[in-house]
Design a protein around this ligand. Structure first.
Ligand SMILES: Nc1ncnc2c1ncn2[C@@H]1O[C@H](COP(=O)(O)OP(=O)(O)OP(=O)(O)O)[C@@H](O)[C@H]1O
Ligand SMILES: [Mg+2]
Length: 235
């Protein structure tokens, strides 16, 4: 069963052309899908629909068996807590909280016990190479480190989907490679990943499939370089 199923999805904001125009797309568990396209083509709109942050004007959005179109606010929030981890270009960490407090927050909101949340947080920080920054404030970390904290936070509730919108857009190339390696490893461990980016190299490195959006429509949908057999040794 696909984990994401969009059928005939349209989203129109104002009088202008629709941001998404009749998009039909399915994603299987374990895929790493890069969504590429020009600025304004509808990539973030697509991601927001899958995240349950927005509703289509027409069509259906089903994720992990849940019909998201037509869900109310509370049910959307429950869906997100249970199924979605999100990573953004500008981290969106809370600067007044330590790294640990940022990372445990989604678990505490989901009702996980403090002990269990801190146990999982410590394990995540360890595996992401952040253990020694557990008590630091985000403002003291490099961009790449902050983004890894954001990934740890996104993984806290063991999401069905990891959604990333330009996760390397604000990083220098070395930190960007760091984050792209992390995403590749997570996908190799089975994490389903949707990655919105302008960066062809990032897409080629991390994704098993590349979907190109132009003017709100799916322009092409193909396996990407990382999925080809020659790239197997790297993964
Ligand atoms: N909240 C909003 N209100 C009105 N129009 C919006 C809103 N969000 C997006 N749009 C419009 O919808 C279209 C698609 O926007 P979207 O943010 O999905 O593009 P994008 O592909 O993510 O672009 P970028 O690469 O610049 O992030 C654009 O024309 C944009 O102006
Ligand atoms: Mg965008």
């Amino acid at each position: 069963m696909p984990v994401i199923e969009l059928r005939g999805v349209c989203r129109r904001y104002d009088a202008g052309p629709p941001a998404l125009d009749d998009v039909t797309l399915t994603v299987e568990p374990g895929e790493a899908v890069a969504v590429l396209g020009p600025s304004g083509s509808g990539k973030s709109t697509l991601l927001n629909l899958v995240a349950g942050l927005d509703r289509p004007d027409a069509g259906t959005v089903t994720v992990a068996g849940v019909r998201l179109d037509g869900l109310g606010e509370a049910a959307s929030a429950r869906y997100r807590r249970a199924h979605v981890g999100m990573v953004f270009q500008f981290f969106n960490l809370l600067d007044d909280l330590t790294v640990t407090d940022n990372v445990v927050l989604p678990a505490l909101l989901a009702g996980t016990s403090r002990t269990e949340a801190h146990r999982r947080c410590a394990a995540l920080l360890e595996s992401l190479g952040l253990a020694r920054h557990a008590a630091a404030y985000p403002g003291r970390l490099s961009g790449g480190q902050r983004q890894r904290v954001a990934v740890a936070r996104a993984l806290m509730n063991r999401p069905t989907l990891l959604l990333a919108d330009e996760p390397t857009g604000a990083l220098d190339s070395a930190s960007g490679e760091d984050v792209s390696r992390l995403l590749t490893e997570l996908n190799a461990e089975g994490q389903t990943l949707i990655l919105v980016t302008h960066d062809e190299i990032l897409a080629a490195r991390c994704a098993t499939r590349t979907v190109r959006i132009v003017d709100g429509r799916v322009h092409s949908d193909e396996p990407s370089a990382a999925a080809r057999p020659s790239a197997g040794a790297v993964r």
